[in-house]
Design a protein around this ligand. Sequence first.
Ligand code: F6P
Length: 341
Amino acid sequence: MSNTLATRGRISLTRYLIERERSADGQAPLPPALRLLIEVVARACKQIAYEVGKGALGGVLGEAGTGNVQGEAQKKLDVIANEMLLEANEWGGHLAAMASEEMATVFPIPEHYPRGEYLLLFDPLDGSSNIDVNVSIGTIFSVLRCADGVAPGEDAFLQTGDQQVAAGYAVYGPQTQLVLTVGQGVAVFTLDRETHSWILTDDHVQIPADTQEFAINMSNRRHWDAPVTRYIDELLAGKTGPLAKDFNMRWVAAMVSDVHRILTRGGIFMYPRDAREPEKPGKLRLLYEANPMSFIVEQAGGAATDGRTRILDLEPTKLHQRVAVFLGSKNEVQRVSGYHR
Ligand code: F6P
């Protein structure tokens, strides 16, 4: 990561967004309603960070005893984070509807609240198998526009990732950070735990085009398709193999944390389609995970594909659609995508 704006004193999230509203550098100015919406999401992430931080002292660990639409057991913090995002965003007047990885269908803005022009999608707590073991987890979000006169039902959310107007994530780790793009590069804010504000700590995130680090769940190797097995075998062959360099492997098992490492120092993240559930094209969700992360990664100079197609070009057909994901340092994403063709 490198800095320009971040060296000019302490810049809060609000000030950063207001500077984007006044955009003088030829970029489309950020609409004030979108700024306010992002601020509400960021505030909810702050609240979630405090809940996460309570751990066993706050009674927030363990299973909720419920299942989500994907048939996965929900953790208490999955449910708490989902509620916090809904409550924070339902009354502000910026949204027409919300959709969450944890809910079967869309959440329309209640009639007694004003309705706005945006749609918010989120994965309230990504990597939730890490919660109880105190390893970094996060919240991912994506913002779309709801076209005039369109009812904010499920179909309104089925837009290509290219149409996102903002995307971001918060990572709850040793530091709590918010990573954001409004289509003008990627900025990182660190939560100042003394003043409770998001402070800009990097406004020019760049993913190096080359890397010697990869992230994949190796235990699934026997289920992969041939192009993925070929690529991973080449990475493992190191200096003596066709790529002629050694690679290191890291896998946190929370997409937020693995992508955050890649934004920080490069790398390639992969969750390929595999043979365990042949009817599903991958594990990760297109609208809640792959699209927002791909928007961020591309804005930082990286690339993201499903092996064949740029993720941001994929036409979604359902809200909880899954997809294979290869993202990060451009040259490696291009190499493994080339093996699929
Ligand atoms: O959303 C699913 C998720 O938790 C991602 O955050 C993460 O990258 C992946 O699943 C981990 O999968 P696995 O449990 O197979 O390692």
